[in-house]
Write a protein that binds this ligand. Structure first.
Ligand SMILES: NC(=O)c1ccc[n+]([C@@H]2O[C@H](COP(=O)([O-])OP(=O)(O)OC[C@H]3O[C@@H](n4cnc5c(N)ncnc54)[C@H](OP(=O)(O)O)[C@@H]3O)[C@@H](O)[C@H]2O)c1
Length: 288
């Protein structure tokens, strides 16, 4: 496939570029500097020149608190961006796979959110992402929206990398005990994004690793165990005790109704993925 990847400098973007290249795809990788997805003219010119068959959108402004304080920038990157990619993709005959978030749900439900649940975003970030889903679907029928959960991966400055890094320095860590999500490994997500691109079956998918999900605290403890760090550095805190500009859902665990219906295998359990993540981290340290 001739795949154009946006947000290629980010955590998921890097995993997608590596995975697609390993599958033998012709990969057109763009970070924010080579393609700002909010810039419609730049998107148009890039697509005309590079003629992708498939676009995998990994670009987003993911600073949830930053979005709350700067809604215009959030809207441009997370709502207009996917619409630009969908509309200009359509002009050159390309399909779009665009990533969205578990935060589109309000978190009041117990159990898993599926495609049968109505989104009800509570933050500017989440509202812009939902707007992006809908704009993209309206601009190009060949759009697959992939909502994912708490993503961890090699190379990104994500919650888990920070946890492990700080534990190794012996620093104490606060981890929320009463917010629940579905941990998702960037490498597994990348493989599923490519598979969905290949299938070209438009819809809204929920893509997360298997398991019952976890609280941030359980997730952090499991990561420290996988990285052979002392979990005693973790201090358990309640979500309400942190004052942050943007609200987060108390529960944003996802489950997909469509994936099993079209014969897609469940992704590995998140604890298995964590072991791969910890081993990959150790390998990259050994070669650094
Ligand atoms: N990380 C999670 O836990 C999580 C959970 C649910 C959903 N998601 C979704 O997963 C996707 C990938 O996120 P990620 O974790 O890989 O985040 P990330 O590491 O922050 O990567 C996002 C990339 O997008 C780039 N970007 C920002 N604005 C852009 C623009 N206007 N045009 C082009 N590129 C732009 C960023 O560049 P700069 O860094 O230079 O700004 C960054 O390299 C996003 O759609 C996100 O909403 C992530």
């Amino acid at each position: 496939m001739r795949v154009l990847v946006t947000g290629a400098g980010g955590m998921v973007g890097r995993a997608v570029v590596d995975y697609c290249a390993a599958q033998g795809d012709q990969v057109l990788a763009h970070d924010r500097h080579s393609l700002d997805i909010a810039d419609a003219a730049a998107v148009c010119a890039t697509f005309e020149r590079e003629r992708p068959q498939v676009i995998i959108n990994c670009a987003a402004w993911t600073d949830v608190d930053g979005c709350e304080l700067n809604p215009q920038r959030a809207y441009e990157a997370n709502a207009l961006g996917p619409e630009n990619l969908a509309a200009h993709g359509r002009r050159v005959g390309a399909s779009l796979v665009t990533i969205s978030t578990d935060f589109v749900f309000d978190g009041v439900k117990d159990g898993f959110y599926t495609q049968r649940d109505d989104p009800n975003p509570k933050s500017v970030y989440a509202a812009a992402k939902l707007d992006g889903e809908r704009r993209a679907q309206a601009a190009n029928a060949r759009t697959s929206v992939v909502r994912t959960g708490w993503v961890f991966g090699v190379g990104g400055r994500n919650f888990l990398s920070l946890v492990i890094e700080r534990a190794r320095r012996g620093e104490r860590l606060k981890a929320i005990s009463d917010a629940y999500g579905t941990p998702t490994y960037a490498k597994d997500l990348a493989a599923r994004l490519r598979r969905l691109a290949e299938l070209d079956l438009p819809g809204v998918y929920h893509v997360v690793n298997s398991g019952e999900g976890a609280s941030f605290e359980e997730f952090a403890r499991a990561a420290l165990a996988a990285a052979v760090c002392d979990p005693a550095v973790i201090e358990s805190v309640r979500m309400d005790s942190l004052s942050r500009p943007a609200p987060r859902p108390r529960n944003s665990r996802l489950r997909c109704l469509l994936s099993p219906a079209i014969g897609l295998e469940p992704l590995p359990h998140w604890t298995v993925a964590l072991k791969d993540f910890a081993a990959a981290g150790a390998r990259s340290e050994a070669t650094a």
